[in-house]
Write a protein that binds this ligand. Structure first.
Ligand code: FES
Length: 111
């Protein structure tokens, strides 16, 4: 019997590099309706789940990016957006991360 738990991924075009300014967070809509948070950290683009793992605050709407650390405004927990790992309480569960590819100024997320 075939294992059907493998998750298929596809490349989703989320915009041009210029749509993601350095030091800022932008939302990106996925085909299934999910929103991701997309960060520009010193010229490199990263994508994570949008919702904080502590209380489901939207990081793309309300998060504060400082270097590679995003702070959730609800209870001030923090994550490293390059790895998704929590870096400050009360957050203890990592954010899911998504690989980002740049092709000719266009930004794609493996979703
Ligand atoms: S909801 Fe993000 S730290 Fe509580």
């Amino acid at each position: 019997m075939t294992d059907t738990t493998d998750i298929m991924t596809s490349s989703v075009l989320i915009g041009a590099i210029a749509d993601f300014p350095d030091g800022e967070i932008r939302p990106a809509s996925m085909p299934d309706g999910t929103t991701l948070a997309v960060y520009n950290v010193a010229g490199t683009i990263y994508a994570t789940a949008d919702l904080c793992t502590h209380g489901e605050a939207s990081l793309s709407e309300e998060g504060m990016l400082s270097g590679k650390i995003v702070e959730c405004p609800w209870h001030f927990g923090t994550f490293d957006v390059t790895t998704g790992k929590p870096t400050g309480m009360p957050c203890t569960v990592a954010l899911r991360t998504f690989p980002v590819t740049i092709i000719e100024e266009s930004v794609y997320v493996e979703f």
